[in-house]
Design a protein around this ligand. Sequence first.
Ligand SMILES: [Zn+2]
Ligand SMILES: [Zn+2]
Length: 287
Amino acid sequence: MQKFSLHTHTIGFDGKHTEEQMLKQAKDLGWSKIGFSNHFIVCPYIKETKMYEAALQRGYQNIYSSSFEEAIEKFKPHYERIDELKEKTGFPIYKGMEVDFFRDNEWREGFEKACAVLKPDYLIGSAHFVAANKTLYNTHDLKNAPKEEQNLLLHKYFQNVRAAAKSGLFNFLAHLDLMKKVGLGREDMWLEDELKTVETIAKAGARAEINTSGFKLAYGEPYPSKRIMGLLAKHKVPVIISDDAHNFERLGERFAEAEQMARDAGIKKFYDPFEIRPQNKINERSL
Ligand SMILES: [Zn+2]
Ligand SMILES: [Zn+2]
């Protein structure tokens, strides 16, 4: 069973516990490593959206930045704490980000500059929002949109995931069917979008996540659905198991079950970007 998680959140962003508390739990679980992947969300008009207002009320506005400079300033002290912890404990801790990918050149340029400053070890690509008419719709706020608009935005959501896969920026893509959170995207009509998305991921050589926070919902499955897991298997997309833990109690939650479901769906390739491989004998011989 996978003994690490690379999709986790900490205090200062929208997590509940410190890096140190999360690390302690990882060690108690007998894990080999842990990665932190707080939200990296940069959009110039984010603070004018309704969504931001809601975030302010709930106290997690810190995950939203209107400029890359702002996001960099939020990540710097967090990454410094990780470096210190790594140094102090000798435990393999990785610096990640859960990044909302935006499809414009300006965003890409700014993001690449931010990476050059922060030097993350790995990147998770996410699509929590759909942009339309200069506003951002949170995937789980789509429930209240009129049906026609809702469908258009859901199509756009899948387009965003495909664009993130094609960008080549990300080690893996998070929760492919996030809209399941509010019961959307379950109908057969979405199969075409799902298939296109999985094909794009496979063609781009990208990987997908099996996210156990989906078990909280009523469907008895993680993100993505069994249907999508079947497509991932068919296209031989490697997967990684994630808990998306926002507190230490959730680290590793239902990993065995998720892995079994992935295997039952036919998935054979499990991804670990920090796997230490045995030395390559062929290279050794050719030296
Ligand atoms: Zn997420
Ligand atoms: Zn997350």
